[in-house]
Write a protein that binds this ligand. Structure first.
Ligand code: HDL
Ligand code: ZN
Length: 417
């Protein structure tokens, strides 16, 4: 069906974007049979580390006292300070309201205990089905960390994750904490050394291969500091050249680099204590050029890095940009970045991931982003149509399926289109 008019175009694009099931390719959610690793419900929503950072700006309660409180007390304090005493207009605050509204809560009551009661009383699997249905998500990629003592036992026992959930192998300690990683790896029987000599290369490869076999990850991932440099004299360069990138090639999976996280600039805030910094993306250029047989998923945490990353994606087809990560995941920046990406890459990128840490966040994160992505597409299709180009609805459906699902699966080597 050919789209004839601009007002029809807007209706069709918003319909198609809303109807497209999402592959959420980077989250911190877990399969519901992985116990308390999966965070869900009102108290988890309100104690999201983004809101902890925001409440500390109004609160006279020091972080160490706050963190010693029970989660319900933390949530009540955040509700009082950020929602009652001040209007909830930040993205993380507004997001809680969007999710609660979608879940059927009456937000005119501001009755937090009523919300807590209404959302509880279901199994974690029922909560997952409820949230993914509301968000229209078909697939969720987790972040799975062998160095996480709470998660590792599930995989060592052989957990069978819920259909629609997928693994990603997260290996930050190998690249930004090698000294601590050595002790952990030695404890698990891997013969590695601090100076990365002897059998270290073979043993790290064995570690990676064993975890690839164990969790069948769609990709391997790392978060890197703004100072990340490749190559350099550190073990990180050897780790990439001799272990990570060869194992990714042998496993046929991409390597995801999330660049710009400045960890614990304020340690007192714990998970909420990280900041962002501009990185030198010439390191990405050298990796993409030096390893043409590897595929790189890349996202960056500094607004200043966004445009140059798009230019690099134009130069290297083995580089796939994804998401508006963390401090980039705000409407004003999502719109800015998405417009730049469409104008320079067409539809050959992955516009968003939720990064959700709490199940019900996927409802607001995707509702907010779908609206922005649709708005950008309407403008871009309208420009194209103004030349006399006639668009079919099926072509819009194809493009939106690429952006919200198929570009990821194709790049992950598991094409679903
Ligand atoms: O390293 C990461 O994957 C980041 O997304 C961090 O988990 C960060 O704390 C976060 O939750 N960002 O949204
Ligand atoms: Zn993340």
């Amino acid at each position: 069906m050919v789209i004839q008019r601009q007002d029809e175009l807007a209706r069709v694009v918003h319909e198609v974007v809303k109807a497209q099931p999402i592959t959420d390719m980077h989250t911190h959610l877990y399969s519901p049979n992985m116990g308390n690793l999966l965070l869900w419900g009102v108290d988890s929503l309100l104690t999201y580390h983004y809101l902890v950072a925001e409440v500390m700006r109004w609160s006279d309660v020091p972080p160490d006292v706050f963190y010693d409180w029970p989660v319900e007390q933390q949530a009540a304090h955040i509700w009082q300070k950020l929602f009652v005493e001040h209007s909830p207009v930040s993205e993380a605050e507004y997001g809680v309201l969007t999710s609660l509204q979608a879940l059927g809560m009456d937000l005119s009551s501001r009755d937090l205990p009523a919300y807590r009661k209404a959302l509880a009383g279901v199994t974690s699997e029922e909560a997952v089905r409820r949230a993914l249905k509301l968000a229209n998500i078909s697939d969720v990629v987790m972040t799975n960390d062998p160095f996480d003592d709470a998660e590792r036992p599930y995989w060592e026992k052989g957990v069978h994750i819920m259909a629609g959930f997928h693994a990603a192998l997260r290996i930050d300690p190998l690249l930004r904490g090698w000294d601590e990683a050595v002790t952990r790896l030695q404890g698990w029987g891997y013969r590695v050394t601090h100076d990365f000599k002897g059998e270290s290369t073979d043993e790290v490869r064995r570690f990676l291969h064993e975890w690839v076999q164990r969790i069948n990850p769609l990709y391997m991932a790392v978060s890197l500091p703004p100072t990340f440099t490749y190559p350099d004299a550190s073990t990180a360069t050897q780790m990439l050249q001799q272990c990570i990138l060869p194992v990714c090639r042998e496993a046929g999976i991409p390597f995801a680099m999330m660049i710009g996280s400045d960890r614990l600039v304020n340690p007192a805030l714990r998970l909420a204590g990280d900041a962002s910094g501009r990185a030198d993306l010439t390191s990405v250029t050298r990796l993409a050029r030096e390893f043409p047989a590897n595929r790189f998923l890349v996202t960056v945490l500094s607004r200043e890095n966004q445009h140059e990353l798009i230019v690099l994606a134009r130069k290297f087809h083995n580089l796939m940009i994804f998401g508006c990560w963390w401090f980039m995941n705000n409407p004003v920046i999502i719109e800015d970045i998405t417009r730049m990406r469409v104008e320079m890459l067409g539809t050959s990128f992955i516009p968003q991931h939720s990064d959700a840490r709490v199940l019900e966040q996927v409802i607001y994160k995707w509702a907010h982003s779908r609206a922005i992505i649709a708005r950008v597409l309407v403008d871009k299709y309208a420009e194209v149509m103004s030349t006399g180009w006639r668009l079919e609805r099926a072509e819009i459906e194809r493009d939106v399926a690429d952006l919200l699902a198929n570009n990821f699966w194709r790049f992950a080597g598991r094409d679903r289109s």
